[in-house]
Design a protein around this ligand. Structure first.
Ligand SMILES: [Zn+2]
Ligand SMILES: [Zn+2]
Length: 250
């Protein structure tokens, strides 16, 4: 083999190896937000320094109950009119930038390997806020969504959080169906759409919930219709207190 074709073969092989590595272990080699290659120091959270600097942490002036942005530190108008069935809704990030991309990549672009990175943000936040509960519950997906996605995204994250926080997981909720796509609906429309989409699992031992403090997790809270519906079911079945924890708020 001539020297020229040896170099060509080497380059070809190197390229193939890079592609293989990225396909097999994307978390170890690329920023989960912008896709640029990352060095050894950045592998822990799989973010390049630029994207890490721009993480959309929420600022603190929020309603102490539902967590929406407010100008005062007292409950917002909506919470004053109708008290939600949960005690507090918390989230470390706004649903934008690196976090938005991370959630979309995790849920819709077939990247289940992002679960530990999402869980890590929630674990760090839960520890900082000193959140405690008797059980962790996640907002489930419908059977159809699980089949399409290939995995139950909230369950995967919830399992990791339970291990890290030494908190038992319980699965009382079942998602029946989703009547319409939620994205362009108002709060009231969403609420009506979501009500009836969740039920208590038929085989669930409801005595487990009685008097218990529950940490309910989901990926994004938009109007709050989904978590409110889930919290109401838990409350109706005896749960004493529910804290909502989502990765982001939109
Ligand atoms: Zn990046
Ligand atoms: Zn509020």
């Amino acid at each position: 083999m001539s020297k020229f074709s040896q170099t060509k073969a080497y380059t070809w092989l190197k390229d193939k190896w890079q592609h293989f590595k990225h396909a097999m272990y994307p978390e170890a080699y690329v920023c989960h937000c912008c896709g640029t290659e990352i060095g050894d120091d950045d592998r822990e959270d799989s973010l390049c320094p630029k994207c890490r600097e721009r993480l959309p942490y929420r600022h603190e002036q929020t309603c102490p109950i539902c967590g929406c942005y407010t100008h005062t530190l007292s409950p917002c108008k909506r919470c004053q009119i109708a008290m939600p069935p949960y005690k507090q809704a918390l989230a470390p990030f706004d649903y934008t930038g690196a976090i938005r991309r991370m959630i979309i990549n995790y849920k819709d672009n077939g990247s289940p390997w992002l679960a530990p990175y999402i869980a890590k943000y929630l674990i760090t936040y839960a520890k900082a806020m000193e959140l405690t509960a008797d059980y962790l519950v996640y907002v489930p997906s419908s059977d159809k969504a699980i089949k399409t996605r290939g995995f139950e995204h909230n369950k995967k994250v919830a399992t990791l959080i339970c291990t890290a926080l030494d908190m038992p997981l319980t699965e009382p909720l079942h998602r029946v169906y989703q009547k319409k796509d939620q994205s362009n609906l108002t709060y009231e429309e969403r609420y009506q759409n979501v009500q009836g989409s969740f039920i208590l699992r038929e085989d669930y031992d409801r005595s487990l919930l009685i008097g218990k403090k529950i940490l309910l997790i989901d990926d994004v809270m938009t109007t709050g219709a989904t978590v409110t519906t889930c919290a109401q079911i838990l409350k109706n079945n005896g749960a004493q207190e529910i804290i909502i924890l989502t990765l982001a708020r939109s």
